[in-house]
Design a protein around this ligand. Structure first.
Ligand code: FE2
Length: 297
């Protein structure tokens, strides 16, 4: 019987190359690069901190619980990536900011869900949730400033107490609210009515909350509205608008705020006329913003 000495009597240092060699046959070049470097960094990390068996079991148990906490409407793994800054780092590498006139991107976050309703422009997407009325008007243009019609625009945001629909499924009878898929009109514009969102803590009742508490970190995210744009011939854009003046604007738990995405949420007195022509008997907010898409690479 032949004995492969490359995997016998491995040491603290020789084990890394032995494991990396097992990926030599990976057919996809990029996949091989990722595996080999993952092993290098993982092993270096374990050696550098002198990871103990107890700590390793704690980490494995933690990841198992992150998996159990995840599901169609709760993305605990995404949240883990977010609070470790990995989501924003990937976005910064994948979408280098400042190289084009395109609107800056930022992280998706853990609250995007499939199955959101597709609605016509002007729809009230609040789902009847109470709060300050908000009228959002958006324009989508290319880098030359020309309107882009037919863009599919996802939007989603919290309620006025900082909670997403999927965090109050019982109260909303499992209905999705404060999220929709719209399409820009022939002038590249889209608009909807909803309610003003609020700053909120990322979910801390799951495993990620343990990290935040252990580090005495703030779980708060400044008030924002999420957007995702898809259009033929353009790079997809995932971004958010943050309300100017929010108390947490410079201390986002998931590191997503960009100066260029801070936007005025304008408050209007009761008795004023809303963008859709309604005379409002309560105070309301308006936000108007142009988004720039970059041609597909
Ligand atoms: Fe959010």
């Amino acid at each position: 019987m032949s004995v492969d000495s490359a995997t016998l009597d491995l040491t603290e240092t020789s084990i890394t190359e032995a494991v990396q060699n097992t990926f030599a046959g990976t057919r996809d070049d990029r996949a091989r690069e990722l595996f080999v470097n993952l092993v290098r960094h993982l092993h270096d990390f374990i050696r550098e901190v002198g990871l103990t068996g107890d700590e390793w079991f704690t980490a494995v148990d933690f990841l198992e619980r992150v998996g159990h906490a995840s599901g169609p409407t709760r993305q605990e793994f995404v949240l883990l990536s977010d609070i470790l800054g990995a989501s924003v780092l990937v976005d910064l590498i994948d979408h280098p900011h400042g190289r084009t006139a395109a609107t800056e991107s930022t992280l998706l976050g853990p609250f995007f869900v499939e199955g959101r309703p597709s609605v016509p422009n002007g729809t009230d997407i609040s789902g009847g949730v109470p709060g300050t009325p908000l009228f959002f008007g958006g324009a989508v243009v290319d880098e030359a400033g020309a309107p882009v019609p037919g863009v599919r625009v996802d939007t989603w945001h919290s309620d006025g107490e900082g909670r997403y629909d999927v965090q109050q499924a019982e109260r909303l009878h499992d209905r999705l609210a404060m999220r929709a898929l719209l399409t820009t009109d022939e002038h590249g514009r889209f608009r909807y009515r909803s309610i003003a969102p609020q700053y909120y803590p990322v979910p801390t009742d799951g495993p990620c909350g343990e990290i935040l508490r252990a580090a005495d970190r703030s779980p708060m995210r400044p008030e924002h509205i999420h957007f995702r744009f898809h259009a033929d011939g353009f790079d997809p854009l995932i971004t958010m608008l943050f309300r100017a003046g929010d108390p947490y604007i410079d201390n986002d738990a998931v590191f997503g705020v960009r100066h260029s995405l801070i936007t005025e949420f304008v408050t209007h007195d009761a008795g004023s006329t809303a963008p859709d022509g309604t005379v409002m008997n309560v105070p309301f907010q308006t936000v108007d913003r142009t988004f720039v898409l970059t041609a597909a690479r």
